[in-house]
Design a protein around this ligand. Structure first.
Ligand code: PLP
Length: 386
């Protein structure tokens, strides 16, 4: 059990940094030794806390970092990250000075932006490095892949800029043998070849997310951009057998109240749950939807207590929720030990032999583990285990 004496709440997130380092090394072992690993730490490292996680990832061999916003990039610099940082999409022009002052490379998708970037770079007596985003079929960001050479010819006259990388992003890398994936790879490969033929150096070439890194080791260019696997979660069923990943995030709370209600008593707003068996304890834990425990899980999810599953019951409130704990099971006459205030409950993670995964919670919420992880960052304090 971790030292939780510093916590100001009876609900918290545990982040296992040893798991994160293990995952970095595991993913690197699937990559060509010359291929760089860009650790994706956007959204506060998928909810795990960007500064601390990025330092752990760097210590295990991550060479670059990818984020979504300028704010996220600045936080990495403030926490001492000296490695290259790339913004995965183009930020507002107003942020250009911040990028230059903090050595943050923008992903570029327009000539207006990159020329404005070059102008400010010259004013700072610098050269602004950037990565060019190509749209190869996802229709999200980037210039059309077939326009890469034309784009570079249009902007390369500017002495204030230098293309340090060229990249694209896949929409269907997690589906084995997918035709759209193959077509994206083809368009990307064609664009990179055309750049080389036109003597326009593409810089570091990268396209793989976790799924592509794991499923297509033959299509790694100079760098892989890996997010979800570093946190110990598989992007899809198709990658599960390819590596042993260790989930890094656990969510726990201490029981703040134990009730011994009568049959027929209701629980929580709307009283959608009523006690229907004798010897049923109802325990309260101080974690709710403001902490990322979506209200849509009400009455659907389990928690773990004393190594056993117990069903969460009644509507999940903003800051608290309740679960039902049968002291006597249908099948046995022995009584379970009573719950006590202060007992630790696991909302996600393991307790003895039982385990609740982000995927399990995601399925109940009709979403993916990615969103489950991000949502838990809302208000919970973090404890780092190394
Ligand atoms: C989020 C993101 C990634 C990482 O994706 P994972 O599936 O978490 O590995 C890579 N590249 C880009 C552009 C992204 O937005």
């Amino acid at each position: 059990m971790q030292d939780i004496s510093s916590l100001k709440r009876n609900a918290w997130m545990e982040v296992n940094l040893a798991a994160i380092r293990h995952n970095v090394r595991t993913i690197k072992s699937l990559m060509a030794p010359t291929c760089k690993l860009m650790a994706i730490v956007k959204a506060d490292a998928y909810g795990h806390g960007a500064g601390v996680c990025a330092r752990a990832m760097a210590s295990a061999g991550a060479q670059q970092f990818g984020v979504a916003t300028v704010q996220e990039a600045l936080e990495l610099r403030q926490s001492g990250i000296a490695q290259p940082i790339v913004l995965l999409s183009e930020p507002p022009v107003e942020t250009i000075d911040l990028l230059l002052e903090n050595d943050i490379m923008p992903g570029v998708t327009s000539s207006e932006f990159v020329l404005a970037y070059g102008e400010r770079a010259i004013a700072h007596d610098m050269v602004g490095k950037y990565h060019l985003a190509l749209d190869t079929g996802m229709t999200r960001i980037g210039i059309p892949a077939e326009d890469a050479v034309e784009f570079r010819r249009l902007v390369d006259f500017h002495r204030g800029i230098a293309c340090a990388g060229t990249y694209t992003h896949f929409a269907t890398a997690d589906t084995i043998g997918d035709w759209d994936f193959r077509r994206q790879v083809q368009r990307f490969t064609d664009a990179i070849r055309a750049l080389h033929e036109a003597k326009l150096y593409p810089g570091i070439v990268h396209c793989d997310n976790t799924a592509a890194t794991m499923l297509y080791p033959d299509i790694q260019f100079d760098m892989c951009r890996v997010g979800i696997a570093l946190y110990g979660i598989h992007p899809a069923e198709s990658t599960v057998e390819l590596a042993e990943l260790e989930p890094a995030m656990s969510i726990r709370a201490r029981i703040t109240r134990v009730a011994n209600p009568r049959i027929g008593d209701g629980v929580s707003y709307g009283m959608t749950y009523r006690v229907n068996t004798p010897y049923m304890q109802i325990a309260t834990i101080p974690i709710g939807y403001a902490d990322g425990l979506s209200r849509s899980l009400s009455g659907e999810m389990d928690v773990l207590v004393h190594g056993r599953r117990a069903r969460q019951v009644g509507r999940i409130c903003m800051d608290q929720c309740m679960f039902a704990y049968p002291l006597r099971s249908m099948t046995s006459s022995t009584m379970a030990p009573e719950l006590a205030v202060g007992d630790v409950v696991t909302i996600m993670g393991s307790d003895e032999d039982e385990y609740i995964s982000a995927d399990e919670i995601g399925q109940l919420r009709h979403t993916i583990a990615y969103e489950v992880l991000c949502n838990f960052s809302a208000r919970l304090e973090r404890i780092y285990v190394s």
